[in-house]
Unconditional design. Structure first.
Length: 325
């Protein structure tokens, strides 16, 4: 039996289909199908059967998959034990980041994480980006150590998830000037002002972001008209455009806390924002005792709680803002 053929079969079975497995293995679907056919011929058994549009394991396929799971999961367990005993300076930690997560925030997490080690003992951190489906798939196969996303991850027995709620705040440029000021601790008054100021312009996240659907729902529920002048899939770009007086925006406090503290952006509304934005870190449950992964998880938690928590009364006093009309 060919070891690679068995591994291809294991991945195809674990991924739930030939297409997903081919994407994971970075080979063409016809090539993978051909390799599985060779395995079936060498074993003289049929491993898959067509049920509707899907390939399903035959009873013998289920049996062989059980043996493959034992083989490859044992190999994964061996690798995990060896990795745990590897000195931190020789470790590599792979961090998967989904597209909607602000990369500057991830850089801050990595910096916070690495600063916890002496310079000579720091592990190597590699950042990879991809769709959430790709990253979860890679995590299941232990090709990345942890993933960061603001999308919803379905609960899984193989994953440990840490989700933190971040306030979404209303921001405008510190340069906006208008004789009428809004009470920054009162969302209700801020909403009234937004409804009355029909010529406010908006800079918003791209339509495929979950945050954008939350913003659209907020406008609809509160009867606020919006004139969008700029959209972006980059939060730093949005914050910069607000600073440059292009318009107002709803942004996660996690990504604009420093700008508000430096008084380059003004925050309107209550200290705890208008609603919550979730950001999640996930890692394989078998990594729960991995010191390096735990250290990264702690850095993620610490930074979210430190930067993303509501601003203090003193800091918010800096951001008392006029609404433009």
């Amino acid at each position: 039996m060919n070891y690679n053929h068995l591994y291809y079969f294991y991945v195809a079975s674990k991924s739930g289909g030939i297409t997903a497995a081919a994407e994971h293995l970075h080979i063409s679907q016809p090539s993978l199908s051909s390799q599985l056919k060779v395995l079936e011929e060498s074993l003289d058994v049929k491993l898959f059967e067509k049920v509707g549009r899907r390939n399903k394991l035959t009873p013998m396929g289920e049996t062989i998959y059980g043996f493959c799971r034992q083989m490859f999961e044992l190999a994964e367990s061996m690798t995990m034990v060896m990795t745990k005993n590897t000195p931190s300076e020789k470790r590599k930690i792979q961090i998967g980041v989904s597209p909607e997560v602000e990369k500057e925030f991830v850089t801050e997490v990595v910096t916070h994480f690495l600063s916890g080690f002496d310079a000579a003992l720091r592990p190597q951190v590699n950042l990879v980006t991809g769709s959430l489906k790709q990253l979860v798939d890679q995590l299941h196969f232990r090709e990345v150590d942890t993933i960061i996303t603001s999308q919803t991850i379905e609960e899984s027995t193989t994953m440990h998830l840490e989700t933190i709620d971040i306030p979404v705040v209303l921001c405008c440029s510190n340069q906006w000037s208008h004789p009428k000021y809004t009470n920054t601790t009162d969302n209700e008054n801020a909403i009234k002002e937004l409804k009355s100021c029909n010529d406010i312009q908006w800079v918003l996240p791209s339509a495929y972001f979950h945050l954008r659907s939350q913003i659209d729902n907020f406008f609809e529920e509160n009867g606020i008209e919006k004139r969008i002048v700029f959209e972006s899939d980059n939060f730093s770009t949005l914050a910069r455009s607000v600073h440059n007086e292009l318009g107002f925006s709803f942004l996660p406090l996690l990504y604009v806390s420093n700008e508000i503290k430096r008084n380059s952006l003004k925050r309107l509304g209550a200290l705890d924002g208008f609603w919550k934005y979730q950001i999640t870190l996930g890692y394989h449950s078998q990594n729960s005792k991995d010191g390096v992964v735990n250290a990264f998880s702690k850095s993620f938690r610490d930074l979210c709680q430190q930067v993303g928590s509501p601003l203090t009364e003193r800091e918010s006093a800096i951001g008392i803002a006029p609404l433009y009309s």
